[in-house]
Design a protein. Structure first.
Length: 132
């Protein structure tokens, strides 16, 4: 099991499953939502996700049709995103997890819109668009 929380600790959750490899997204929406060069996500089945506290602190923003980003309204930490096209799956922000992770990063995607000020210097696969 894994646990995680937002910056202020108001939103806490657990994941009762092994994690999928981490996905590194360079799309402009993720960059703006994270305030960084990329987002690091791990997909999790909603049946393996449990919100322990902070349901009243979660707020959401529909960043594009059918995609919602959930974040803590107190500290602003992004928690996860969901898509109508992927029912029962959320993408947890990997930086929120408390324990050391056994999984590693798997690939970079939306590299066609990556920021200009950072180079990708690893051997992971890169995809200019999303991964199908």
């Amino acid at each position: 099991m894994y646990t995680g929380s937002c910056l202020c600790g108001g939103v806490k959750f657990s994941i009762n499953a092994e994690l999928a490899p981490i996905q590194i997204c360079h799309c402009s929406q993720c960059r703006k939502a994270q305030g960084s060069a990329f987002a690091t996500n791990t997909p999790v089945s909603t049946s393996n996700f449990e919100l322990k506290s902070g349901a009243d602190l979660l707020t959401k923003y529909e960043s594009s049709p059918g995609k919602r980003r959930f974040f803590c309204r107190t500290c602003g930490s992004p928690i996860y995103s969901s898509r109508d096209s992927l029912l029962n799956v959320i993408r947890i922000r990997a930086g929120l997890l408390d324990e050391p992770l056994k999984v590693k990063s798997a690939f970079h995607f939306y590299t066609a819109s990556k920021c200009s000020w950072m180079e990708i210097n690893d051997d992971l696969p890169q995809y200019e668009e999303g991964v199908k």
